[in-house]
Ligand binder design. Structure first.
Ligand code: SF4
Length: 412
């Protein structure tokens, strides 16, 4: 159903292809990681990757992510055998990204990981690659950066890849080129950040250092699309100190994530093509894909909750406080923020047709005002096919000022 919807339209399927195997740190890689065991990185040829993209598009796929690469910047890098920080080679990756974009069937196009120490130690060639990504990828692209821990002791014991200073340089670099918004209303390219808990040498202070680093990035106005906190357990790792770990996660969600979301997706921002996936609960369930009642136009605007995301890597979860048909997309206006999700209302609603639930979804329109608009409209519709001849007329009837967001949401 993700390739084609039940009624035969293009679905949200994203095809993931592998660019290369292994990591340039194959001689002395991060101790928790299996990539170095694969040895010298094995690059695929550009022509081979482009042929696979064409084959995917021929089969009906519209969206592609280049994954399976530990670092997009080190694809065919120079000095992989000898240098601690091999030098990025901008040409081969540009050939793939521009080559793929020549095919107009390709819609959403994203990549996966970046290595922040490579970027920080090779800013000049990295800049060329970053610019190519900003010019060819779809907006909302995310480069996941692995820091794992900001604690220098943990860094040393676990042979980690990148220190806090290199990470900050790389994050600043991506923000410099990628922060601007693209067609779908999203920042074009942003870094993501990974932490790992349970690494050897970790203490309660390690979490404080992580949090301090995040506050430091925030104080510089830098954006991170997502902060991923993972946990490793078992042989070769140490036990996690539960309470400080929980407090760290809570602080990240409350002090960093929520504020970042408010800055990256301000109230009133228009996001295009949110793909609606689930009703009532954010998990997409088979019956919601298969049962036509979840896709019927007649449910639009009725009471309930709908969840969706824009297609792409690490999309933001969007909640609408009413029902819209699933397995289809629409544009939204941002109306609120959670720690890891946003709420919205569809853009381009007619004030002459909006339901009570759709009206109530707009900040500044309460239950009473929504009801007054609906009931005044019902009376007026007996006399005219267009009960309100302007958006303002509806709010005058409700006895409230036209809320700011309403101006973006409604037309007549
Ligand atoms: S840099 Fe990334 S891929 Fe390479 S060893 Fe470290 S974690 Fe693994």
């Amino acid at each position: 159903p993700d390739l084609l919807t039940e009624d035969g339209r293009a679905g949200p399927l994203t095809y993931e292809l592998e660019l290369y195997q292994g990591c340039v740190r194959f001689k002395r890689g991060c101790k928790f990681c299996i990539e170095p065991k694969k040895g010298l990185p094995l690059w695929r040829e550009e022509s081979e990757v482009l042929s696979e993209i064409t084959a995917a598009l021929d089969s009906g796929v519209n969206h592609i992510r280049i994954g399976g690469a530990t670092d997009i910047y080190t694809y065919k890098a120079e000095g992989v055998r000898d240098l601690e920080y091999p030098i990025p080679n901008p040409e081969p990756i540009a050939k793939i990204l521009h080559g793929a974009r020549e095919d107009e069937r390709l819609k959403i196009f994203h990549v996966d990981n970046g290595n922040p120490s490579i970027v920080a130690e090779n800013l000049e060639p990295a800049t060329e690659i970053t610019k190519t990504m900003v010019n060819t990828l779809s907006d909302g692209a995310v480069l996941s950066f692995g820091l794992e821990s900001a604690d220098p002791t943990v860094h040393e014991i676990n042979w980690l890849n990148c220190n806090a200073e290199q990470l900050t340089t790389a994050i600043r670099h991506i923000n410099e080129f990628g922060k601007g918004r693209g067609e779908r209303g999203l920042p074009k390219l942003l870094p993501g950040l990974n932490f790992i808990a349970g690494l050897n040498g970790e203490t309660d202070k390690s979490y404080q250092m992580n949090l301090e680093l995040l506050h430091n990035l925030r104080s510089q106005g830098l954006w991170l699309r997502r902060i991923n906190i993972r946990q490793v357990e078992g042989r070769g790792f140490q036990d996690i100190s539960e309470e400080p770990f929980r407090a760290f996660k809570k602080a990240v969600r409350e002090e960093i994530d929520t504020i970042l979301l408010q800055e990256m997706f301000p109230l009133g921002t228009k996001l295009s093509d949110v793909w609606w996936e689930a009703h009532e609960n954010r998990i997409r369930r088979p019956e919601q894909v298969l049962d036509p009642s979840h896709r019927a136009e007649v449910i639009r605007g009725k009471a309930g909750i709908t969840f969706g995301r824009q297609i792409g890597a690490y999309p933001i979860l969007v909640g609408l406080p009413y029902l819209v048909p699933l397995e289809a997309g629409s544009d939204i206006i941002v109306t609120g923020h959670g720690a890891r999700s946003i709420s919205g209302v569809e853009a381009n609603l007619s004030i002459n047709k909006a339901t009570q639930s759709q009206l109530e979804a707009v900040p500044g329109i309460g239950k009473k005002a929504a009801w007054r608009i609906v009931s005044t409209r019902a009376k007026a519709s007996r006399k005219s096919k267009i009960p309100f001849d302007s958006v303002e007329a509806a709010f005058q009837a409700a006895g409230i000022q036209t809320p700011e967001v309403a101006k973006q949401v409604f037309s007549i």
